[in-house]
Ligand binder design. Structure first.
Ligand SMILES: [Zn+2]
Length: 275
């Protein structure tokens, strides 16, 4: 058995061989599921709970089990190939990273993830500005949004956003730095928390209004909105965002390649932690 795979299923209903359980526990620990404690090779409740929490990032109904070669295994091992993975070239210039490429096919984008609707955001958190929106960025007025907002560094830049979204971005950026260092060096932001309508709409509230969406730049260059092309560098990091439960705006009807937002399951998982 190669060191980077498991022999039999781990978790709820799995065979739970100690060597496999230990491997899964090590990977979960490396992803920040610290309450597991030690990788002791015993599949108890903490291990199953950690698997379920991990699966929430990309599954609607987590089953608490990691099958060898299955989707959860690939997410855990960082080998998920729902999108074509390209090895990071040794050096990528800003010109390479900002080169427009056709947006990937719809069925390869955001595997297992859903964008969260306005209706659900309003139910879960409330209306950040009581209906008072324009096409311009304005600050939130809703106390619940204001008191759950933070301005902090996520690695390559500082952003203001909803606290759990900013924390999640820090984890995303750690992975980008390790797996796509050239993209990491070029990354900037065109904004996170910003109460406004979706571009081109006067009825849909942008998820930026809750501070759960972020717009990225590469080498200071913005992706062109709505032209069905995306910057090459964004295709390299979209799978990393997806793995953390973030939805890529390239899949929107009007392509929005610079835009990433917390997916529906991720937002649902944050609600009870808000003040
Ligand atoms: Zn955006």
């Amino acid at each position: 058995m190669p060191a980077d795979s498991i022999g039999e299923a781990v978790g709820r209903g799995g065979t739970n061989q100690a060597v496999d359980v230990r491997r899964v526990q090590q990977l979960l620990l490396a992803r920040g599921f610290a309450r597991l404690g030690d990788a002791d090779g015993i599949c108890g409740r903490n291990t199953v709970d950690a698997i379920v929490d991990f699966q929430r990032g990309f599954m609607r109904r987590p089953d608490g089990r990691i099958d060898p070669g299955g989707r959860s295994w690939h997410h855990l091992a960082g080998t998920y190939s729902g999108m074509i993975r390209q090895p990071p070239p040794a050096t990528l210039s800003t010109t390479d990273l900002t080169r427009p490429v056709p947006r990937p096919a719809a069925d390869t984008l955001n595997p297992g993830l859903q964008a969260v609707s306005n209706r659900r955001m309003l139910e879960l958190i409330g209306d950040p500005r009581s209906g008072d929106y324009s096409s311009q960025c304005q600050p939130p007025t809703l106390p619940r949004v204001r008191r759950n907002t933070v301005l902090d560094s996520v690695g390559p830049f500082r952003v203001a956003g909803l606290v759990p979204a900013v924390l999640s971005l820090k984890a995303v950026m750690i992975d980008i730095r390790a797996e796509q260092p050239a993209v990491y060096r070029a990354l900037g932001t065109a904004g996170m928390l910003c109460c406004r309508w979706v571009r081109g709409s006067t009825t849909s509230i942008s998820n930026h209004s809750w501070g759960t969406a972020i717009d990225l730049t590469l080498g200071g260059v913005l992706d062109v909105h709505g032209n069905d092309s995306v910057q090459f560098g964004l295709t390299l990091i979209a799978p990393i965002f997806n793995r953390h439960g973030w939805f890529w705006g390239a899949a929107f009807r009007t392509e929005d390649g610079m835009h990433f937002e917390a997916g529906a399951d991720l937002v649902e998982s944050w609600i009870h932690g808000l003040l």
